[in-house]
Design a protein around this ligand. Sequence first.
Ligand SMILES: [Zn+2]
Length: 159
Amino acid sequence: MQCPHCNTNNDKVVESRSNSAGTSIRRRRECLECGYRFTSYEHIEEKQLMVIKRDGRREPFDRQKLERGIQTSLEKRPVSQLKIEEIVHFIEDEAAIREGGTREIDGAQIGEMVLQQLYKVDKVGYIRFASVYKMFEDVEAFKRELDAMFAQNGGNSEG
Ligand SMILES: [Zn+2]
């Protein structure tokens, strides 16, 4: 594959990992010219997973859109691009398992999975994603969630 850094076509595969549903393979590659590392994905094309939106409409699962959403939430946060790719890959994997042969998954389920992952990785990213994607029914529910979170982190402000 062509190196996104120096454009030569001379790389080796460092690592290959299939997801557990067997629907995609992720390859870490290293450019033999400049040493730049990048990732490529193989997907089964005909099995398009559809996401059910809140109004009932369906749209194709878009991993790039998902990645952009997570990237936006983690902007200027200490989280590597590789970690973001891992989250996207994990969610894609989970979605493939949860759709259970229907080729459809509820968008809210994907939102929840993203939130779970972000919660583990970066709390600020978690709050940003939750507020942008309006995962909470109302402002009060969101506030309760925030309060619970900061209570956990030990919010005693002495000293
Ligand atoms: Zn290169």
